[in-house]
Design a protein around this ligand. Structure first.
Ligand code: GLU
Length: 383
């Protein structure tokens, strides 16, 4: 079981400290607004950046948008708001061109790229998640720079990420990356939309996503890239749960990655995950050799856990083993596969009595007011 590779990086604001990073590239950086062609000078500078990281022994995974932006201009669709089937056709047209451009640019630095197109199920279903992770690990082991995008051609509204911010965050979590870099046309996270509010100021560091921070993000914006601050915050939630740092950095300049450490890209926003003791605590839970019991959860609960939530009694379908409050237990999905492990807030006997019930029924069933959660997210390590 891996938790994350972050280790000591919770306080560091240096990209050079990263050992494994995921870099997300927004359409707006890579694709010329007017012509829909790929900005070669920008891509060449990125390739030089990636080559420098690789030379320094860092592993890099790219998550690039741009398939739809490239494809729709190629097909002569000029309207900004596409129907789903038009987006799918545009992605099918643009993705090959996109991957080819990356391959050529990286090859000039002796780097090999490999394209992986993921759907939502590939990250949300455990088995497929593990399969995708295995592929990525193998590619990294072979010194390849994986190039990821959503498989927009087959993704329909209900089953798509729709934005590469969250996709990149899930990839970072999947591979235990220590850092996720979001390169976009904004240089960081602001207290309000800087385009419409002159009072807006950049927030250099975020350590917790409070309701105030969420309120600052405002609403999602339409266009080629479906991201905006809202999805960037969702990405931060995912990386926080994985103990991975996230940076929103200005991407327009050439050499945007190098600029993060040398400061030439002005400022950026670092989302730094929780402090070391918590990580150590979770590491300890993850390393437990003899879990005292097993909690089986339904699909809804499994999804909530994957997003970093606590385990509530309502999502539990079976409790096996004779354990005490505070013991380490395994958490299994409905298919029997291990999801994670954590410290349980109830004894085996009590857990069996409240499983499947809402948290506010606990007191009536047990005769005492216990914790709302069966396992609190702070005491839970998801694989
Ligand atoms: N996957 C989409 C594309 O390649 C972009 C999604 C996004 O912009 O976040 O065009």
């Amino acid at each position: 079981m891996t938790e994350s590779a972050t280790g000591m990086l919770g306080h560091s604001r240096k990209l050079s400290d990263s050992r494994r990073m995921v870099v997300k590239i927004g359409s707006v950086l890579l694709v010329d607004e007017e012509t829909g062609t790929i900005r070669q000078d920008w891509l060449d500078a990125l390739a030089a950046d990636v080559a420098a990281c690789r030379k320094a022994g860092q592993e890099v995974i790219l998550v690039s948008s741009g398939a739809i932006a490239v494809g729709r201009r190629h097909l002569g669709i000029t309207r900004p708001n596409l129907k789903l089937e038009e987006s799918q056709a545009a992605a099918a047209t643009g993705q090959g061109r996109l991957a080819h451009a990356y391959q050529e640019a990286m090859a000039r630095h002796g780097l090999t790229t490999a394209q992986i197109l993921l759907t939502l199920d590939d990250t949300e279903q455990r088995r497929r998640h593990l399969n995708a992770r295995e592929t990525l690990e193998t590619l990294l082991g072979l010194n390849v720079v994986p190039l990821i995008n959503e498989n927009d051609t087959v993704a329909t509204e209900e089953i798509r990420f729709g934005d590469n911010d969250r996709l990149a965050a899930r990839v970072a979590q999947m591979v235990g990356a220590d850092t996720l870099v979001l390169l976009s046309d904004v240089d960081g996270f602001y207290t309000a939309d800087p385009l419409s509010n002159p009072e807006a100021v950049l927030v250099p560091e975020v350590r917790e996503i409070t309701p105030e921070i969420s309120a600052m993000a405002g609403e999602a914006k339409p266009g080629d890239g479906s991201g905006g601050m809202v999805t960037k915050l969702m990405a931060a939630r995912i990386t926080f749960a994985a103990g991975c740092r996230m940076i929103i950095a200005p991407g327009k300049l050439l050499g945007a990655l190098a600029a993060i450490d040398d400061g030439s890209g002005d400022s950026c926003t670092w989302f730094l995950p929780s402090s070391e003791p918590k990580t150590a605590h979770k590491r300890w839970i993850a390393g437990a050799l003899n879990p005292a019991g097993t909690i089986t959860v339904d699909e809804g609960a499994a999804k909530a856990l994957a997003k970093g939530g606590s385990l509530l009694p309502a999502g539990v379908v079976a409790v096996d083993g004779d354990f005490e409050r505070g013991d380490t237990v395994l958490v299994r999905g409905a298919d029997g596969g291990e999801i994670g492990r954590g410290l349980i807030c109830y004894s085996g006997e009590d857990a069996r009595r409240i499983m499947g019930h809402k948290s506010d029924e606990t007191e009536a069933i047990l005769g005492y007011r216990g914790r709302e959660e069966m396992i609190h997210r702070d005491d839970l390590v998801i694989e």
